[in-house]
Ligand binder design. Structure first.
Ligand SMILES: [Zn+2]
Length: 593
């Protein structure tokens, strides 16, 4: 039975381009995982979208002398271009500025209100007399009261990573004009996390055996040490989703509360655009469905603690309000395989200082697979890692080109030339031929096991190890010399190597899909391993928005060993990857900063 798997990816703020740290933090691991699950034959939907509301977008609009809507649309368009060029195959990448998302978010809010997990409280908030308005937490900067860092944001400290109570920040100043704000009273809704705490702790305990230690530390560990407290879910802000309660005009749902609801609303929108009506319920109301959340470490509390709290608190009320369903429960996260951060040349990535490798800019000079490869072998799964241009060039040349690309190209070219463009007939295989095929075919278990557990680095390194084994096999059998004395023996070696490469093509496919697709074509197959992406414009009461969609392939490619037939036609091969000059590293370093 195919499983229903939701691949949920942190919603990027539409206020900046996407850099390699963002890619390796969430989008790429999600895509590798989703591609693998599709090859296995599971029912996958991978969703995310642009976080178009909230203060990061409003701040950028202020800085650019633009409007939040224009800012979101500009960066959103860049995201869609990048995901297509990099092959990040979202079933739906949408945005939070859609009528559907407004409705789903407001219903989830009302479900929590109905179930009495919301309360109101008058609180003090920073108010800027110079601008006659309340300042969102992110508009206030000051000294972190936990670690003393002087440029902490009101909501979170970038230095120690702690979420902050903005009112406690020391030496506050407005990010807009540097003026000193004052605390004034205002009223807000709060999510009653203290009341939800026992259920959230139980939810985390059930996942303790397989979650990453860093994620458990920032969820269960933190709760056991400090307990949970109510958290405001509305703001005095006009760019966002209105609070659906009379008398609350002029206030919006807080983005931390609203953006995560996008995982649910995007699945609903996906079913709409596919013309599949209620199909989303298979992922959201079925207890057997598995939901994986790919996020960076700064997002752990929101996905491992608050979002489960929102889902638990909504109970069966959301299904009743939104879909007229009784006794439904929203699917809780199965895993939150959050990544740590990637640095650049030993320094923290900083967009504002241009200390970054931007995804789209990179792809003007290089192919997507080398980027996907390097970001996977270097993925910050358990600790921070570093993008080093010298290391990028070395791994491209020594691993991608030398170990895998040359293996495939050498064998295919040789077969094409000496056997009339066809797969040679090996007759009966020798023991060493059978042995290498068994070794490679065991990879469907071993690589698959790592991918299932979201240990992507280990999965890729296992695939590369198997490619090395095939190179060793060819060193031993040496068909390039064998053919001069005994063409039948060379046919056995080349057939065996071709079949091993045909299997390796699938094992590598989730990681480096572009080269696997080309190899699939060179091996003579019709059709593609994966489906295709396309952009579509949709209209609703809020105007038009563009979405990225995915049309599934013919579904013939499967996570299983090659069945390559002797005599089948090959196509003229070409090299899969390009070798890079060592000087590339210095040229690229000169572009930084
Ligand atoms: Zn701090």
């Amino acid at each position: 039975m195919p499983e229903h798997i939701l691949v949920a990816v942190a919603w990027p703020y539409a206020n900046s381009q996407i850099h390699v740290g963002n890619i390796t933090g969430s989008h790429l691991p999600a895509d590798i995982f989703a591609r693998y699950q599709r090859l296995v034959g599971n029912q996958v939907i991978m969703v995310s979208g642009s976080d178009s509301h909230g203060t990061p977008v409003a701040l950028r609009a202020d800085a650019d002398n633009s409007t939040p809507l224009q800012v979101y649309q500009k960066y959103h368009a860049g995201f869609l271009e990048l995901f297509q060029k990099l092959g990040v195959c979202y079933d739906l990448f949408t945005s939070t500025h859609t009528e559907n998302h407004f409705e789903v978010s407001q219903d989830l809010f009302l479900a929590l209100l109905e179930n009495k997990f919301l309360y109101t409280e008058r609180q003090k908030q920073w108010y800027a007399p110079s601008q006659k308005r309340f300042l969102p937490d992110r508009y206030v900067e000051g000294t972190c009261y936990i670690c003393g860092y002087e440029n902490a944001r009101g909501d979170q400290c970038d230095n120690c990573g702690n979420l902050l109570d903005a009112n406690e920040i020391i030496n506050p100043r407005s990010k807009i004009d540097g003026s000193v704000p004052e605390l004034r009273e205002t009223e807000h809704f709060y999510l009653d996390m203290a009341q939800l705490e026992p259920a959230i702790v139980e939810f985390l305990r059930q996942r303790e055996s397989y979650w990453r230690p860093n994620v458990l530390r920032q969820s269960l560990g933190q709760i056991l040490a400090e307990g949970l407290h109510g958290r405001a879910i509305t703001r005095d802000l006009d760019w966002g989703i209105p609070v659906p309660v009379p008398g609350w005009e002029g206030k919006c749902l807080y983005v931390w509360f609203e953006a995560v609801i996008g995982y649910l609303s995007a699945a609903i929108e996906w079913a709409q655009v596919e013309g599949k009506g209620e199909a989303w319920e298979r992922w959201w109301f079925d207890p057997q469905a598995r939901a994986y959340y790919f996020v960076g470490k700064d997002n752990i509390p929101f996905h491992a603690v608050y979002w489960p709290g929102q889902l638990i608190g909504a109970g069966d009320e959301f299904g009743r309000l939104f879909a007229g369903r009784e006794q439904t429960r929203l699917t809780l996260p199965y895993d939150v395989p959050a990544n740590e951060f990637m640095n650049l040349e030993s320094q923290k990535i900083s967009g504002s200082r241009n200390w970054a490798v931007w995804g789209l800019d990179f792809l003007t000079r290089y192919d997507p697979d080398p980027l996907r490869y390097y970001l996977t072998v270097n993925m910050p799964e358990s600790k921070d890692t570093d993008w080093d241009w010298g290391d990028f060039v070395r791994r491209n040349n020594d691993e991608l080109v030398a170990t895998w690309g040359n293996l495939a190209n050498r064998v295919l070219s040789f077969a094409f030339k000496h056997w009339d463009g066809r797969v040679p007939d090996p007759g009966e295989l020798r023991p060493e031929d059978t042995l290498i095929l068994q070794t490679v075919e065991a990879g469907f278990e071993s690589v698959g096991e790592q991918l299932t557990a979201v240990r992507l680095r280990a999965g890729l390194s296992e695939a590369l190890r198997l490619a090395t084994e095939v190179n060793r096999y060819l060193d031993r059998t040496a068909p390039w010399f064998e053919i001069k004395q005994d063409k039948a023996a060379a046919a056995k070696s080349i057939y065996t190597a071709l079949r091993a490469i045909d299997s390796l093509k699938i094992l590598f496919a989730p990681f480096i899909p572009f080269s696997s697709e080309r190899l699939h074509e060179f091996m003579g197959y019709e059709g593609h391993l994966f489906g295709e992406q396309f952009v579509e414009t949709r209209g609703d009461a809020l105007g038009e928005h563009t979405v990225l969609r995915y049309r599934a392939g013919d579904g013939k490619a499967r996570w299983q060993p090659s069945q390559l037939q002797p005599g089948s036609a090959l196509r003229q091969p070409e090299p899969l990857f390009r070798k890079l000059e060592p000087s590339v590293a210095d040229e690229e370093r000169a572009r930084l900063g």
